[in-house]
Design a protein around this ligand. Structure first.
Ligand code: FAD
Ligand code: NAP
Ligand code: SF4
Length: 670
């Protein structure tokens, strides 16, 4: 079991202990005071978890190449001591670490950005300055100097970021390189820049230093590379001295999802596999590889020599250790929600993880065994209650968990039924295992009552009993056509061919996805590639073709009272994907709607004063939620001091990120 995954990789002068790389992630830690100290603890924890090789977040080789004005660079010896904190910490744990060198080119968020040609990126306010030949030569020098300094800082190697639409990628493709000198025009000229960087880095650093080149194998933008160009570049990069090639999938400006939760597991491994026969150095597969089983499959099928898992190491630092020890069931799996990692990064906040709020906060949120075990009752086994019960029991408290339902998981039992959100079930699996491991007394089908809670002499009562869906109050709210999202997602009602959804928040969007979904004839990966227009045959540049979404299973109206575009409250890095998908499903998105009544004809509404009847079979209420406070109010009236977490505490704008963080934080301090 996992023989491919756990097999060492001999690089000649050194050996990686297994085939898993923790991929580069920008956490913003390197940008804050004391951040390198925190990053050292964060990386060391992952090294202790036995990952084969770690790659840091991107560090710029010069000022122009920074992600933002405050971003980390490595340009001088003065900057070495802070990097040594990281490399020493990782090496003390027996790990290996490479530093990623990232020049953002036209993607940087600051006025000093440069690019091969002065073409503004569609996702940036700043326009880049065109690089003079002297700037290009200086930048190559800066890359080499940065790699030399990385070696002095103790890194085992560097990753040269050549994908996702950053500077190197901007040189390679016609879309962004309109130069007519020796660095533009023919493909040979356009790929000259990365080849010089790799060649000169290898010459400066000798043979015993890892150089990973992240090569954009699938640009997913118009005027991107053709497959022939990708192969030509890969061969040239091998010849220039790279140790291995990592896969890059999609530019940041591409309108095709590459890592979000609706991307099926290992959806892009075929690209790496396509390149396997063209080069002899090891290749690394990436994107939506979130369990040891998926990783093992990719390696066993010969798609790649190594796999890179990035976000999964935020969710659980011990993936490899648990795999080695036969504890795969105990892995806290990344559900690809992007809510606490990528969404934070783009909001300039410290990254973390929805299912593991300790990630990047290792020095602040500590789970220390207690010297004073307490008897604790937890009411509600949704994400908040489970997170609390897990950490409190792990610290040594005696926990009883009451759950009214017959299963653990709370609202995640609905979330996991949404097509593309199946991974949310992994969180329930993880917590189920943790309840067993730490001997939480779980009482299912057991609604806690005030009397029962008082009858046992608990030292603390934690209320995580969640929310009640908000009900409609308009005329006809009790008409048989009106149903709640809970009835839809638990399959207790059969929805007709035409339905209106009241409320276009996260749940409204999810319900629309659920109701328009029709099982495709093909496997999940093929259906995904077809819907979004990704061509496995790679006939056109960038790997694009005409999108061909499935026909929707139903006609859906998604309604809201407020102004503005639908989905504006969804995640920064995922909202556009949900919106595009529902557009492809022909969902009618109506804003500024006033709800008037429901009757046999359907839903009566008015939009900007104009009355309308939506002749629908069902009206599904997804109009937000209210906290359940019955037990709380009763306990307070009796002079008790229960603690509230999750939806029970605050239903408005509550999400699982807040619920789990509240549960873990309270449990760490009780
Ligand atoms: P809940 O999950 O509501 O759990 C409360 C639990 O308490 C329930 O199991 C209930 O049965 C139990 N209970 C109630 N009363 C009693 C009692 N008296 N005794 C014992 N047990 C009791 N959030 C995100 O962040 N990202 C997403 O992508 C996302 N997707 C979602 C998709 C859907 C379809 C839905 C419905 C929700 C989604 N959410 C998402 C929201 C997220 O699931 C909630 O924010 C989260 O579940 C709240 O956790 P909680 O533990 O506070 O409450
Ligand atoms: P929500 O995002 O707050 O949306 C509730 C919607 O109901 C709003 O769009 C609001 O729209 C409408 N509404 C509020 N009061 C109403 C009323 N009295 N009558 C009619 N409509 C009303 O809440 P949710 O969709 O229930 O989601 C709950 C939480 O789960 C959210 O915090 C969300 O972040 C999280 N979640 C996240 C995701 C995700 O993909 N990240 C998915 C699902 C859920 P108008 O005011 O415009 O009408
Ligand atoms: Fe994965 Fe979501 Fe955690 Fe990011 S926040 S690491 S996507 S589970």
């Amino acid at each position: 079991m996992y023989e491919h995954l756990l097999r060492p990789l001999d690089l000649g002068w050194t050996t990686l202990k297994n085939r898993v790389i923790m991929g580069s992630m920008h956490t913003n830690l390197e940008e804050i005071p004391g951040g390198f100290e925190r990053a050292a603890v964060y990386f060391a924890e992952r090294a202790r978890g036995q990952v084969g090789l770690i790659v840091t977040g991107g560090i710029a080789p010069n000022e122009q190449g920074c992600v933002s004005a405050m971003s980390a660079m490595l340009r001088s010896e003065e900057e070495l001591p802070q990097h040594r904190l990281i490399t020493d910490a990782v090496h003390q744990e027996g790990g290996k670490i490479c530093m990623q060198i990232l020049h953002t080119g036209r993607y940087g968020y600051h006025p000093k950005i440069v690019a091969p040609s002065p073409i503004q990126a569609p996702i940036n306010f700043f326009k880049p300055k065109e690089m003079e030949e002297s700037d290009i030569l200086q930048t190559i020098d800066d890359y080499v100097r940065c790699a030399e300094l990385a070696r002095e800082a103790g890194y085992d190697g560097v990753e040269i970021m050549g994908s996702e639409g950053y500077l190197i990628n901007q040189f390679i493709v016609k879309r962004t390189n309109h130069r007519t000198d020796a660095w533009g025009g023919s493909y040979e000229n356009r790929m000259h820049f990365p080849i010089e960087i790799v060649k000169r880095t290898r010459a400066a650093l000798g043979h015993d230093f890892i150089i990973i080149y992240r090569l954009s194998m699938l640009d997913l933008v118009e005027e991107g590379s053709t497959w022939e160009e990708v192969v030509t570049l890969a061969k040239a990069i091998e010849a220039a001295g790279a140790t291995m090639i990592n896969s890059g999938i999609g530019w940041h400006e591409a309108r095709i999802p590459t890592i979000a939760t609706m991307v099926p597991r290992k959806a892009y491994a075929w690209v790496t596999q396509k390149l396997k026969k063209e080069v002899t150095i090891p290749l690394i597969a990436v994107n939506r590889i979130n369990t040891p089983d998926v990783a093992e499959e990719i390696l066993a099928e010969g798609c790649a020599d190594l796999v890179s898992m990035a976000r999964p190491f935020l969710a659980d630092p011990d993936i490899i250790l648990k795999t080695m020890e036969g504890r795969v069931n105990e892995i806290n799996t990344c559900i690809a929600c992007n809510q606490a990692c990528l969404d934070h990064t783009f909001q300039m906040k410290i990254s973390s993880c929805l299912v593991n709020p300790r990630a990047c906060h290792e020095t602040e949120l500590q789970y220390i065994p207690t010297n004073h075990p307490k008897r604790i009752a937890v009411v509600g086994a949704g994400p908040a209650g489970l997170a609390f019960a897990h950490i409190a029991a792990m610290r040594g408290h005696e926990v009883t968990l009451y759950e009214a339902d017959g299963q653990l998981g709370g609202q995640f039992n609905y979330a996991k039924n949404i097509p593309g959100k199946e991974d949310y079930g992994e969180t329930i699996r993880f917590y189920t295992q943790m309840m067993k491991k730490y001997q939480v007394r779980v009482l299912l089908n057991h609604p806690a009552t005030v009397e029962e809670l008082l009858a046992t002499d608990y030292d603390a009562i934690i209320l995580a009993d969640g929310i009640e869906p908000r009900q409609l109050t308009i005329e006809g709210h009790d008409h048989p056509k009106v149903v709640s999202y809970t009835e839809v997602l638990s399959g207790t009602v059969n929805i007709g061919k035409k339905a209106a959804i009241i409320g276009a928040g996260g749940i409204g969007f999810d319900v629309a996805t659920f109701l328009t979904y029709k099982k495709p004839d093909s496997d999940a990966v093929s259906a995904f590639l077809k819907e979004w227009g990704v061509d496995k045959d790679y006939l056109e540049a960038g790997g694009l073709k005409m999108p061909e979404p499935e026909l929707p299973a139903r006609e859906i109206y998604l309604l809201k009272r407020s102004t503005g575009k639908h989905g504006a409250t969804l995640g920064k890095t995922t909202g556009w994907i949900h919106r595009s998908h529902l557009k492809a499903m022909n969902v009618h998105m109506l804003a500024e709607v006033q709800y008037l009544k429901v009757d046999d004809q359907g839903l009566h509404i008015s939009i900007k004063g104009e009355a309308k009847i939506l002749e629908v079979d069902h009206v599904i209420v997804c109009a937000g939620q209210l906290s359940s406070r019955n037990i709380y109010n009763a306990l307070i009236a009796l002079g008790k001091e229960p603690r509230l977490i999750g939806g029970a505490d605050e239903a408005k704008e509550l999400d699982a990120k807040t619920a789990i963080k509240q549960g873990c934080t309270l449990a760490a301090n009780i």
